[in-house]
Design a protein around this ligand. Sequence first.
Ligand code: NDP
Length: 308
Amino acid sequence: MSTSETEKIKCLIIGSGPAGYTAAIYAARANLKPVVYTGMQPGGQLTITTEIENFPGYPQGVSGPQMMDDLQKQAERFKTDIRFGSIASVDLDTQPHVVVSDDGRRMEAETVIIATGASANMLKLPSVEKFQGAGVSACATCDGFFYRGKVVAIVGGGDTACEDASYLSGLCKKVYMIVRRNELRASKAMQARVKQAPNIEILWETQTKEVLGDKTVNAVCLTTKTGEQTIPIDGFFVAIGHHPNSELFSKWIDTDENGYIRTIPGTSRTNVDGVFACGDVQDPVYRQAITAAASGCRAAVDAERYLN
Ligand code: NDP
């Protein structure tokens, strides 16, 4: 098809995390001929996770990339049309909804399932921005390898920070956890893992003032209860939560004050007819692979009922 023609789609799924692929599996089996646009990070956030130990059905755990690979294959088995690209714009005033991909393909979708997930937050410091990719990273599993035998710091006290810190502790000589309160937000199991690691040191009630360095990071300046402290490090990781990827739809779709899409309680329906939301983009509370997958199922079922 040339990019000037308009393609008619019954069910367009935007996003390829557990929510998007589960929606695809259900929609494909219901003969909605779903088209999935994977987005910039095919497979979503789980592709940068290490081990998933709490997804039912995997008694030995499963790696994030493996699970996403399996979900993709399962969606393909039922003839989902998976496209490795992003959606550039949408117009949800029209019915069917007009959607244009980043390679200029114009589509009219009878139903749209938003499964765009969430992205990592960054510390808003000039030095953090400056050293991004040169000693500052938001992905321990992607970049931890570069710091084997070295000293790193990680900011955050949630499950992601704890998981990343314990991953880094297996590679690095020393891991500092920079935690702004005097307690961790992470689950008890994750907290125990961090506290057991002999080479993780938690710096309580501490904030990052600046990351220091020349071409690459060599230290971090911290603000503590008693004043400032500078510690030498080789790498600086950030794990301070996520924000929902809902900007593309914000002109039409109701969100809460943090940008999470509001769905009609008990359903995946949004305030726009024929548009459904699932996964982390609409879930400020649970944000788990299993809850995302379940909400993807609901979105596909709701889309099928809407079309019928
Ligand atoms: P969370 O929102 O749970 O935690 C964010 C952490 O970053 C908190 O400790 C927070 O501190 C801290 N923080 C936020 N902003 C700043 C800042 N500006 N400076 C310093 N620290 C800051 O995010 P996560 O990404 O850790 O987790 C997201 C969700 O994913 C959670 O529901 C979590 O349970 C889940 N998850 C589950 C995993 C698993 O089960 N294996 C693995 C990873 C994530 P404070 O506490 O003071 O607000």
